[in-house]
Ligand binder design. Sequence first.
Ligand code: SAH
Ligand code: SF4
Length: 340
Amino acid sequence: MNIYDYRLDELKEYFKKNNEKEFKAIQVYEWLYKKRVKSFEEMTNIKRDTLEQLKNDFSIERLKLLTKQKDIDVCKYLFELKDSNKIEAVLMKHDYGNSLCVSTQVGCNMGCAFCESGRLKKVRNLNAYEMVSQILQVEEDLNIRISHIVLMGIGEPFDNYDNVIKFIDIVNEPKGIDIGARHITVSTSGLVPKINEFSNNSKQVNLAISLHAPNNKIRNEIMSVNKAYPIEQLIQSVKNYIEKTNRRVTFEYIMLDKINDTEECAKELSNLLRGINCYVNLIPYNETSHIKFKSSKKEQIMKFYDILKKNNINVTIRKEFGRKVSAACGQLRSNYEEEK
Ligand code: SAH
Ligand code: SF4
């Protein structure tokens, strides 16, 4: 077992079982997440035989950093897992803080037509510690603190639900990394049963829905998950979520040239979202060499934006990060494999 896979309450339970005081768990957590030690030996206030026990029971290894690509406001990392699979994380510097885009799976089974991550079918889920480790490694490499987490890297978080919830619990822990729930955003392509489950989660985590189309016809073409959970069901589950949690939801909408960016689409989208406590994030598409889609023209994005505005939909256009560093999720891994 990797020690970064343990929630604080699980670590307390572990010590209790070994007839030790529970507060040792807090001490260990502080060594790991406040002082950031990398070996058990460095935990100088823990007695010798306890350390030996910990060493027997846990690994304290982090992910191996393979390569990174750096730009002014973005740094993209490629990590190798123990089984030599590769995943990515992207650090973005905003005026409000540092945000890390975390991967949740090796590959993705949702098969969205525009997405580089989905070109590799899911190999496996990431464990919580492999997600936690992305944060620790990036913070150490750049000597910064990460204030925001977005689960928008490789993978579909809700197809790895339990590990993702565990990861959120671990990074949210005040005695640990202590990132506020309101600073954590989970993005899903629309797994309706999991959205329903998530509405029972007590934490104030943000939910983002990758909508990308205003109707089933277009959505079926670009997101095959829509065939399992069509738009009406998706919107209904979001409405239920908002009702239960009283939280505002973000709809992500990638702007794909001549696919979903017409004025007609903007009007249809406005009608679909009317009255829902949400905002829409228009995302300039990051073109990739393997996929035929093109990004919408700037003027078209502005037109689309204006129509939503006129219809009283809260809308923003996402700042573009790191075209130079292949910032769309999955691109770095894919390029790395090709170069080899
Ligand atoms: N699987 C989840 C989270 C990971 S993808 C989901 O789909 O929501 C995170 C976001 O990046 C999604 O909104 C996805 O549609 C978007 N995305 C994928 N490829 C992209 C690209 N090439 N350019 C811009 N956004 C992209
Ligand atoms: Fe998977 Fe999200 Fe990419 Fe779709 S957009 S293939 S759900 S990672």
